[in-house]
Design a protein around this ligand. Structure first.
Ligand SMILES: Cc1cc2nc3c(=O)[nH]c(=O)nc-3n(C[C@H](O)[C@H](O)[C@H](O)COP(=O)(O)O)c2cc1C
Length: 214
C-alpha cells in the first residue's frame, strides 16, 4: 500500500513537471521578460524631447558615462572621445559658433536641434578606425539605457552634427570642446529629467528573420 502510494505520488509529480515545462515552451517570451528589470528598462526607454530645466547631477552623469565606456567596442580601442556640457553659458557659446558657421540657418533652429536637454554629451569618433562609428553607437546606447534606469531621460541627436562640423577648426569653441586631431563629432546625446512621457513608436518585426539553408 505504501509503495503504491509512493508510485502514485511520483507519477503525479512527473506529470506536473511535464505540464509546467510544456506551458513554459508555449510562451517562452512572456516567461523570459516578466519581472526582468533589464528588459523592462530597455522596452520602457523613449526619446525625450521636453525636459525640466535642471541639469543632471555630475555624480549621476559619472555613473552614466562609466556605463557608456564599458560598452563593447572593437579591439577595446575605445575609439571615442566624449565631452559633457552642463551649463547654459557654454551651450550658448556652442550654439553661437554653430550659427556663425551656418548663416543660412537661424540660431533658434540650431538651438532647437538640442531639444532643450540641459546636459549635452558630444561624442567624436576616431576617423582612423573603420568600426569607430559602431563603437560610439554602442557607447551611446549604454549611456541612454543606464540613464533611463536611473530616472534620467535622453535623446540621441544627429541633426546638430552637420552644423557642428561646419565650425572652422580655428574657432575658439573647438579648443573648448578639445577633441584630438583625427576625431570628429559623430553624435550628441541630450540628458535631463523628462517633462513628457511619449508613447512607444511601432516597430516592424518583419525587419528580422531567422535564416537557414534548405
Ligand atoms: C542616429 C540617431 C539620430 C537621431 N537624431 C535625432 C535628432 O536629430 N532629433 C531628434 O529629435 N531625434 C533624433 N533621434 C531619435 C529618433 O528619432 C528616435 O530614437 C526614434 O524615432 C525612435 O523613438 P524612441 O527612441 O522613442 O524609441 C535620433 C536617433 C538616432 C539613433
Amino acid at each position: 500500500m505504501k509503495l503504491q502510494h509512493f508510485l502514485w505520488m511520483s507519477i503525479c509529480a512527473v506529470a506536473t513537471m511535464l505540464m509546467v515545462s510544456s506551458c513554459n515552451q508555449s510562451n517562452p517570451t512572456q516567461d523570459m521578460t516578466e519581472n526582468n528589470p533589464v528588459i523592462e528598462n530597455m522596452m520602457a526607454r523613449r526619446s525625450i524631447r521636453k525636459y525640466l530645466p535642471e541639469a543632471v547631477a555630475r555624480e549621476t552623469m559619472e555613473t552614466i558615462l562609466n556605463c557608456g565606456i564599458n560598452a563593447p567596442n572593437g579591439q577595446n580601442k575605445q575609439s571615442w572621445e566624449i565631452r559633457i556640457v552642463d551649463d547654459a553659458q557654454t551651450m550658448d557659446a556652442i550654439v553661437a559658433a554653430m550659427a556663425k558657421a551656418n548663416p543660412e540657418v537661424s540660431a533658434d533652429v540650431i538651438r532647437g536641434c538640442f531639444r532643450g536637454a540641459p546636459t549635452m554629451v558630444f561624442i567624436a569618433n576616431d576617423l582612423s578606425y573603420d568600426f569607430s562609428v559602431i563603437d560610439c553607437g554602442l557607447l551611446s546606447e549604454n549611456m541612454m539605457l543606464s540613464a533611463w534606469s536611473l530616472g534620467v531621460g535622453s535623446i540621441c541627436l544627429g541633426s546638430p552634427i552637420r552644423f557642428l562640423n561646419n565650425i572652422s577648426s580655428v574657432d575658439p569653441i573647438w579648443e573648448t570642446l578639445g577633441f584630438s586631431n583625427g576625431y570628429r563629432p559623430v553624435i550628441c546625446i541630450g540628458f535631463g529629467y523628462a517633462d513628457e512621457a511619449p508613447a512607444a513608436k511601432p516597430r516592424n518585426p518583419e525587419k528580422y528573420r531567422f535564416v537557414s539553408v534548405k
